[in-house]
Design a protein around this ligand. Structure first.
Ligand code: PFF
Length: 375
């Protein structure tokens, strides 16, 4: 009975479609922005080593478990936990709440990336980099971040509305190979910059003195973030997976894709920032401003920086888009299952709610910046 139900549910049409969609979820802002600066901060090669060990052990086991739960139950994250055991119901609620909370802020940052893509595409990258308050002016602007957030969210909603096969799978099959080509291209270019090799050495040479329990904790946190674990995404995608496809092989390929992209992003960002800052590694610890202030400066000083900047922000936009699609698909699958909504009303509801929640993030930097809760 359960098998019959699962087969009725729309799902991925091919194994490669599933792998690329799941890899699309895993590869996102976490790989391109978060991984490189954590690696630089926590001892370069030693962080990479710890991350790799955790990825092939914990990461592999957790992703395998989530996809298996999804495929076996054929349900959304909320239904899947309950289907396994009624006592797990609260876990389903908890895991299901995470994409609802993350999706709006993820799309706000996606909007920022889109803005920078437009800036570089229209040839204003250098002017933006030369103006030290460009980023703060942008996020503090009354309507500009709202507009880019709305565009990013609408693109996400439109893809999800097309369905699992015609939307999520099709888009992933086009964007993921493109993303790989773009990142390999910029990584090769960065390696040709003078001084890049010292930066690369800093990135991959293990600094044992920087190793501590914090390295392991940071690598573990990054693992969950990067592999989209513990938030129902992999359960949802697993529920759309074909019964005849091999789960272990697929997880292996998703992991390799995710880790290779993170490693290549580090190969671009660490040496580039290293060269730009004259070997000052603290420039890599800039947090969110690394991507929106430091990197545009690096590009504007580079030969062909306008093109490299455009390609880079295109790459980040695509990576963020395939991840936000997976976050929305997880929410939509819950709405379809729990409230028996059809796909279009479910997508409209998810998009509308994300828009309202996202307003907190958008205006939190501008008109609502004085608003605080309990101080
Ligand atoms: N795994 C993706 C990334 O690394 O950006 C997307 C993502 C999903 C990030 C959920 C964070 C998150 F909490």
């Amino acid at each position: 009975m359960r098998t019959q139900k699962t087969q009725e549910k729309a799902g991925f049409g091919s194994k490669i479609g599933f792998i690329l969609a799941a890899a699309g979820s895993a590869v996102g802002l976490g790989n391109i922005w978060r991984f490189p600066y954590l690696a630089a901060k926590y001892g370069g090669g030693i962080f990479l080593l710890v991350y790799l060990i955790l990825a092939v052990t914990f990461g592999f086991a957790l992703m395998l478990t989530e996809i298996t739960i999804g495929r076996r139950t054929g349900k959304s994250v909320m239904g899947a936990y309950t289907a396994m055991d009624k006592r797990f119901r609260p876990l389903g609620w908890l895991a299901g709440a995470i994409p609802v909370i993350i999706m709006p802020y993820y799309c706000v940052i996606g909007g920022w990336v889109l803005k920078y893509l437009v800036v570089f595409l229209t040839g204003s990258g250098k002017a933006a980099a030369d103006n030290s308050s460009f980023f703060s002016n942008f996020i503090g602007h009354s309507w500009s971040p709202l507009l880019f957030f709305a565009i990013f969210l609408l693109i996400t909603g439109s893809v999800v509305m097309l369905g699992v096969q015609k939307g999520v799978e099709k888009v992933s099959k086009i964007l993921m190979p493109l993303l790989l080509v773009l990142i390999v291209g910029i990584a090769i270019y960065t390696m040709t910059l003078p001084g890049a090799i010292q930066g690369l050495e800093y990135y991959i040479k293990p600094d044992l003195s920087a190793f501590s329990i914090k390295t392991v904790v940071a690598a573990m946190g990054q693992l969950f973030y990067s592999m989209s674990l513990a938030m129902g995404i992999m359960i949802t995608y697993g529920s759309y997976m074909r019964k005849e496809d091999h789960i272990e092989n697929s997880v292996r390929q998703i992991e390799v894709f995710d880790t290779v992209v993170a490693f290549l992003a580090g190969m671009i960002i660490v040496p580039a920032v290293f060269v730009f800052s004259g070997g000052d590694s603290s420039a890599l610890n800039a947090g969110p401003s690394l991507m929106f202030i430091t990197l545009p400066n690096v590009f504007s000083d580079m030969l062909g920086g306008q093109i490299v900047g455009t390609v880079f922000f295109l790459l980040v936009s695509l990576a963020a888009l395939t991840s936000s699609i997976s976050l929305m698909e997880t929410v939509v699958s819950m709405l379809e299952e729990r409230f028996h909504l059809k796909r279009i009303p479910a997508c409209c509801t998810a998009t509308g709610c994300a828009f309202l929640i996202g307003l907190l993030s958008v205006f939190g930097y501008s008109i609502w910046s004085d608003f605080t809760i309990f101080g």
